[in-house]
Design a protein around this ligand. Structure first.
Ligand code: 13P
Length: 259
């Protein structure tokens, strides 16, 4: 990746680690990453909602260089939405980055492209940065529909955004068949789709925006696959699930991304 874009490695813990475990994990993670690495790589953690206040307190009290993230949010500030989470409340907890449109939210909880777009706008409204996910299923890949699917999701998710907003955000390409399966896209395949995403952003918002937007790859990322992925010109980081639960492994991913 070009040096003008700072790599970003994000740990999506999904529904794992209670708030005690979360505190231990962030402390261990921070301890195992040399201080100077944070100048070269942005590192975010996305704990379950019940952990966020505890993790925020640790990050503030110990002055950690980790960015606090969330895994999703609603698009309204408040109201009768039982069980939902307000983006305003997340911002109040100093959350910096919010994942939206993850395939698990789309497939298991019925999130549509339109809902994802509303969330992206809401996340920006509260001064946070979206990590907007996209990705194809195995059937779509085998039918040769990868780019069509991914670019449709990206165009819908970016609807009605300002160019400077798109330039500042993160897009995560996560092929669904590679999530939690141990199968990863080859570095070439990841590069091809990330390049197509950057091209589509450029066509819609201009070349400066395309050059600025950061694109992550996600799907069974491990320390062993990070170097080759990060060597791809259009891959600017990783959205890491399972491997982010292990501070030693996640720390290695972060450090490889800094090299
Ligand atoms: P895994 O790294 O466990 O495949 O998860 C990827 C993911 O979905 C991150 O959001």
């Amino acid at each position: 990746m070009p040096t003008s874009r700072k790599p970003i490695i994000s740990g999506n813990w999904k529904m794992n680690l209670n708030h005690f475990e979360a505190i231990q994990t962030v402390q261990k993670l921070h301890y195992s990453i040399p201080k100077e690495v944070f100048d070269k790589v942005d590192v975010s953690v996305h704990p379950p909602f019940t952990d966020i206040r505890s993790v925020q307190t640790v990050i503030e009290a110990d002055d950690l260089d980790l960015l606090l993230g969330a895994q999703h949010c609603h698009w309204d500030d408040k109201g009768a939405f039982t069980g939902e989470i307000s983006p305003a409340f997340l911002a109040k907890l100093d959350v910096k980055l919010v994942v939206c449109g993850h395939s698990e939210r789309r497939d298991l909880f019925g999130e549509t492209d339109e809902m994802v777009n509303k969330k992206v706008h809401a996340i920006f409204k509260h001064g946070m940065t979206p990590i907007m996910c996209c990705g194809e299923s195995l059937d779509e890949r085998e039918a040769g529909e990868t780019e069509a699917k991914v670019l449709t999701q990206v165009a819908a998710g970016l609807a009605k955004l300002q160019a400077d907003q798109v330039a500042s955000m993160v897009i995560a390409y996560e092929p669904i068949w590679a999530i939690g399966t141990g199968k990863t896209a080859t570095a070439d395949d990841a590069q091809a789709v990330c390049k197509a995403i950057r091209g589509a952003v450029g066509a819609q918002f201009g070349s400066d925006v395309a050059a600025a937007v950061r694109i992550q790859y996600g799907g069974s990322v491990k320390a062993g696959t990070t170097v080759e992925l990060m060597a791809q010109p259009d891959v600017d980081g990783a959205l890491v699930g399972g491997a982010s639960l292990d501070p030693d492994e996640f720390s290695r991913i972060v450090q490889f991304a800094a090299d």
